[in-house]
Design a protein around this ligand. Structure first.
Ligand code: SF4
Ligand code: SF4
Ligand code: SF4
Length: 568
């Protein structure tokens, strides 16, 4: 191998790295390593001037390897690979040393942090010598998409794709489209009709020849990889095989079961109802107690099942605004009624929501704040009382215990991951968090992609959301899919595992090990094979193969041992 010409770039990240690590010293130490032609410290390596500096050095000094000591490769590896490609160098001749997340952010002692950053950089310098030029590969992209879930998110995704001329298979588990939104009367904060909103989309979807709707249906299996999936959809009409390039999971949420909060007596006290039961009353235009009388006092209780130690710690995001909406709808239907709104904290974020909160005060909704992890107590009303019951509340604002007269209690039930979320996650090979919500590729930078290429998540199956956010996610997912469809083929990363067929004994140890289902066994040759488009280069199979038949491209033994020796 010719002696490599290595450039080392130590990023200060403003003060993020520099405040703990002496970046100039790290660069100086790196410059003494064999093969290092230039070593620089710079304030923002990912900035245009930072990248231009690397490109200029590659072109003028003939660098053939680059080390960037900066943040996590997850953050900017693709940026710097792009800079190498722009300079005419194979992008895989780059190695990043993480001296921010793994160094300056976790250490306070400047001496020790500088030494560690120096070691990490030295490891990267030794490793990059053994990097090989790798070429990306391309696979075909089937333009059809499978959308799982027929609520507002799934419908939006299906319409976006279908109205752009693409085939969509829309699979809904229940017997009708519309999801939970189909059970809602008006939407906050602008009081638009949910029925109109959802009905218009259902009509467009069912009339669009590019959309095949399966009701009372289930996706039985999903095989293949991005651009080339094969699914089986089972419904009353039998099982239909479909070929698709992408999958949008939009399975939504399940309303929290209010009977689990024993103190409220939902299911035994007919005048204690959930927000969805109240929506049904609103849609019929009749707000009545069990005695068939319009209530004089209505109390709305927030955070039922949400923000609680006993049930779910998270906020369900839509309940506060929906509770305020009830104040408006009750006052509009029953102008003389008293509306009490019992909350833990009022979350009025989002466009128009603060104004909506203000309007609720103007129509004289009576707000009371109660303690988190406590539940207002329900006491029966007596024969002389003009109400069905009382709610005893420890009012945090006045510091007093108050008995509120009430005829009807509306429980703002939160959102829960659906019971079948584990099954769906297994089917499409994605992960769930501790609450059962599907996990995105990156919460900020890649919120609708997943760790399985070609599988996207949108709406409340990812976490509680309002309608606008769900629709935005559906559109984001479809924009990603349409970009791939427009290209007609998909670029597959050049970093994947490969099986040397001559060395493979066919023991199949690797077959069930791959978390991405990327290993295929050929029953004729009795050898295993990695489907490169599905491989995420996790390395599990490489280390497990008893015949050492699997090589991880870009993670070869030579590269890893050189890095370890460099660090040591
Ligand atoms: S490359 Fe990473 S460490 Fe450097 S400035 Fe950019 S974000 Fe910060
Ligand atoms: S573990 Fe290795 S030897 Fe066994 S089937 Fe897989 S690749 Fe072949
Ligand atoms: S490297 Fe990981 S993802 Fe790739 S085939 Fe092996 S086990 Fe699967």
């Amino acid at each position: 191998m010719d002696t490599p010409k290595i450039g080392v770039y130590v990023c200060n990240c403003g003060t993020n790295i520099k405040k703990v690590v002496d970046c100039d010293e790290v660069a100086q130490q790196a410059s003494e390593q064999p093969g290092v032609v230039c070593a620089r410290s710079y304030k923002y390596m990912c900035s245009n001037p930072g990248q231009e500096m690397i490109i200029k050095d590659i072109q003028e000094q003939g660098l053939d390897r680059v080390v960037v000591s900066a943040c996590s490769p997850r953050m900017h590896e693709s940026t710097f690979r792009g800079a190498l490609a722009k300079a005419g160098l194979n992008p895989y001749f780059l190695e990043m040393a993480n001296i921010r997340e793994q160094c300056s952010w976790v250490h306070t002692d400047p001496r020790a942090a500088t030494d560690k950053a120096t070691d990490l950089t030295r490891g990267a310098v030794r490793r990059v010598v053994f990097h090989e030029a790798l070429e990306k590969r391309f696979v075909d992209m089937c333009p059809a998409t499978l959308v799982i879930g027929g609520g507002i998110t799934g419908l939006t995704a299906a319409l976006e794709l279908a109205e752009s001329g693409n085939q969509v298979y829309l699979v809904e588990q229940s017997g009708r489209l519309g999801g939970n939104l189909a059970n809602v009367d008006l939407t906050a904060p602008y009081l638009d009709s949910a029925r109109d909103l959802i009905r218009e989309r259902i009509l467009r979807a069912t009339r669009n020849p590019n959309i095949t709707v399966f009701l009372d249906a289930k996706v039985e299996s999903l095989d293949g990889y991005v651009g080339n999936f094969k699914a089986k959809v089972a419904s009353a009409g039998g099982t239909v095989p479909v070929e698709i390039g992408s999958v949008v999971v939009a399975t939504g949420y399940k309303p929290f079961d209010a009977s689990r909060v024993k103190a409220f007596g939902h299911g035994t006290n007919p005048n204690v109802i959930t927000s969805f039961e109240f929506e049904a009353m609103l849609r019929k235009g009749r707000i009545l107690t069990d005695k068939g009388r319009p209530p004089r006092y209505v109390t709305v209780i927030h955070c039922v099942g949400s923000r609680s130690e006993e049930f779910h710690p998270y906020c369900s995001r839509v309940c506060c605004m929906t509770a305020l909406k009830y104040g408006q709808e009750i006052k509009s239907a029953l102008p003389d009624a008293f509306v009490y709104d019992l909350y833990i904290d009022m979350h009025a974020f989002g466009k128009g929501c603060e104004d909506f909160y203000k309007q609720a005060s103007e129509i004289r909704t009576i707000f009371m704040m109660f303690q988190k992890n406590t539940a207002p107590q329900i006491l029966p009303g007596g024969p002389k009382d003009d109400c069905e019951m009382f709610l005893r509340v420890d009012d945090k604002l006045s510091g007093e215990e108050v008995d509120i007269p009430t005829d009807l209690v509306v429980l703002m039930v939160g959102m829960e991951a659906r019971d079948d979320s584990a099954e769906v996650a297994r089917l499409v090979n994605i992960s769930r968090d501790k609450d059962g919500w599907f996990i995105e590729s990156h919460p900020k930078l890649d919120p609708v992609a997943t760790t399985t290429d070609g599988v996207y998540i949108a709406g409340c199956c990812q976490s509680p959301k309002d309608i606008n956010e769900s629709v935005a996610q559906a559109r984001a997912a479809t924009a990603r899919i349409m970009a791939k469809i427009a290209k007609g083929r998909i670029e597959v990363d050049a970093v994947f595992a490969e099986v040397n067929q001559d060395d493979c004994s066919g023991c199949r140890v690797c077959n069930d090990l791959c978390p991405y289902g990327a290993i295929d066994f050929n029953s004729e040759t009795r050898r295993s094979n990695v489907i490169s488009a599905m491989c995420k280069a996790c390395g599990a199979c490489v280390t497990a193969c008893p015949s050492a038949a699997i090589k991880g491209r870009h993670f070869t033994d030579e590269q890893i041992f050189a890095q370890i020796e460099g660090v040591l």
